[in-house]
Ligand binder design. Structure first.
Ligand code: PLP
Ligand code: COI
Length: 385
């Protein structure tokens, strides 16, 4: 019989946090999963005919169905595909008070034959559970994530767009649905996957502001996790930057603000001369799947690449002496997004428009693999059967 985790959580104040979380994870890892039982409750209507697939924005229309599973009494329920719609939560649900909430960002792509593909989904699942652990949320079995997602995508395959540059954005998320004002982990959670046919994340040129006052993450904090609160905390400084005409903030390290770390919801790359440089991951930086794919690609293509700390002063100096050739952000939503210029200490620096940029070449290489237009030497593509 499964041990009831709620009993542990009721005892929370007398127990140590790590002890509870470890117990929780060990138990959940050993639970049997029954993925052949994913039930499908079909929506009676469809919204698909209302969608203008030629003019898709990012993440603002949702498909007819979603995947839902609940963690209650110490176990995850087998996920179900249900009609997309509102969910009911108690006002005391801990998500509202203590922000126990994590998410992932993925995309499904359709090739010319109509076959649907995912990109490195096991990496997203692994990162989801890393985030879950940090936020004291029970980990989700891989089978529930992968088989749940593929079942949902089979139901929604007509929603995967084929217009150039578009894809079906996949948003798995999980949050504390259990109640209580006690500041301790909830005893109930919800896992949902929602889908949104989407176009480009950025609509125009991206200008960034190098931030020296606010910080996105701190040592020992949750920067490496995809915790909802990390994004909420970025909104205000990003709004201040937007008021000055910048689309994104380049986050620097929290203690000295001397080193560049991430660009909004993207990892950042800088090209100085012909060398591409990106910051090493740490507990302040998200271990981006696009970032690590780019690193594998540049290694394979023989592009000189360095993974090391990047001083703001070095970037400014390179901009001044003309060796700063490119900066770009990398992420699932943004793919590879060139940065047109950056602001720092009241000055604006423009980047040249290169004909043969690394950004354009790497974007083409990655998207060709994602859309099954090129051989996948790395085993990144995942067929949705
Ligand atoms: N950094 C942050 C803060 C992000 O939110 C994202 C987006 O997911 C990334 C980097 C890029 O990660 P990935 O390439 O896995 O999407
Ligand atoms: C993604 O790139 O998928 C992300 O999760 C970033 C998001 C904030 C749009």
């Amino acid at each position: 019989m499964l041990f009831n985790i709620c009993k542990y959580l009721e005892d929370y104040p007398t127990k140590n946090d790590a002890e509870i979380v470890n117990f929780n994870i060990a138990k959940i890892r050993s639970m049997p999963v029954q993925v052949n039982q994913i039930a499908i409750e079909r929506s009676e209507t469809t919204k698909i005919n209302d969608v203008d697939f030629d003019n898709l924005s990012f993440g603002s229309v949702y498909t007819d169905h979603m995947l839902v599973a609940d963690f209650e009494n110490g176990a995850w329920s087998v996920p179900k595909v249900v009609p997309y719609g509102p969910i009911v939560l108690d006002p005391a649900a801990k998500i509202f008070h203590y922000g126990q909430s994590i998410f992932e960002g993925m995309k499904a792509y359709k090739d010319e034959e109509g076959q649907v593909w995912l990109f490195r989904p096991l990496d997203n699942h692994a990162r989801f559970n890393k985030s879950a652990q940090r936020l004291a949320i029970p980990e989700l079995p891989q089978e529930y994530f992968i088989d749940g997602l593929t079942t949902l995508l089979q139901v929604e395959k007509d929603w995967v767009p084929t217009t150039p540059g578009s894809s079906l954005y996949v948003r798995p998320f999980m949050f504390a649905s259990g109640n209580g004002f006690h500041a301790s982990p909830a005893n109930a959670y919800k896992f949902i996957i929602a889908l949104a046919p989407s176009g480009a994340y950025f609509s125009g040129k991206v200008k960034v502001l190098i931030e020296e006052h606010y910080a996105r993450a701190a040592n020992g904090g949750v920067g490496y996790a995809k915790a909802g609160g990390n994004y909420a905390a970025q909104f205000y400084p990003t709004q201040l930057a937007a008021d000055k005409g910048y689309q994104q903030v380049v986050w620097t390290d929290d203690s000295t603000h001397e080193y560049i770390e991430e660009a909004g919801a993207m990892n950042i790359f800088v090209r100085i001369g012909d060398t591409l440089v990106t910051a090493p991951t740490s507990d302040r930086i998200l271990d981006g799947i696009t970032r690590k794919s780019i690193l594998q690609l540049t290694d394979h293509l023989g592009i000189p690449t360095e993974v090391r700390k990047i001083k703001v002063a070095e970037v400014v100096e390179a901009a001044e002496n003309g060796t700063l050739k490119e900066m770009f952000g990398a992420g699932t939503a943004a793919v590879v997004s060139p940065i047109a210029g950056f602001g720092y200490r009241g000055r604006d620096y423009e980047l040249p428009e290169l004909e043969n940029s690394y950004a354009a070449m790497l974007k083409a290489k990655i998207t060709d693999i994602q859309y099954n237009r090129a051989e996948d030497k790395f085993g990144w593509r995942y067929k949705v059967n």
